[in-house]
Ligand binder design. Structure first.
Ligand SMILES: [Zn+2]
Length: 152
């Protein structure tokens, strides 16, 4: 999960850094660096963390199982979630800035972005290998997945 969250945070940091060269950004950096860090990094990260935790609690997926986590895929998923969240946040800010504050927009975008991406990753089906999804119901006695060798 940490890989996912770190990659997620990279996108927020990127957006923050990208905002800095503009005069607006520079002014914000001087006045409210802690506020910006909160808005672009901490708030989205916390929302993504809670969303991911809740999603995995309800529905464990192969991509976040503890036995055989595919590390690069988690990085990619985190990055994608971050990207989707930030795109939503930018759209949300343009559309809803007057009705909602920045922080609720960030929270909502991160929740949606994370859920969408996690939703796309596949569930661990009961009786199937957590890594390769091989049907283990007839080979559970071997103690390993005959397809990929993962210890059961
Ligand atoms: Zn397997």
């Amino acid at each position: 999960m940490i890989r996912f969250l770190l990659s997620f945070a990279v996108v927020g940091t990127g957006l923050l850094v990208w905002n800095l060269p503009s005069g607006h950004g520079r002014q914000l950096l001087i006045d409210g660096s802690p506020r910006l860090m909160t808005l672009f990094i901490f708030v989205p990260l916390l929302s993504a963390w809670i969303t991911l935790g809740a999603a995995l609690y309800v529905r464990p997926t192969r991509l976040f199982n503890t036995k055989a986590p595919p590390k690069l895929v988690q990085v990619f998923l985190g990055f994608s979630s971050g990207l989707v969240s930030m795109i939503l946040a930018v759209c949300g800010t343009v559309l809803l800035d007057r009705t909602l504050g920045d922080i609720p927009i960030m929270i909502l975008s991160s929740i949606i972005g994370t859920s969408v991406i996690v939703r796309l990753s596949r569930t661990i089906r009961p009786g199937h290998c957590a890594r390769c999804d091989y049907d283990l119901r007839s080979s559970i006695a071997f103690g390993r997945c005959p397809e990929c060798g993962l210890a059961l």
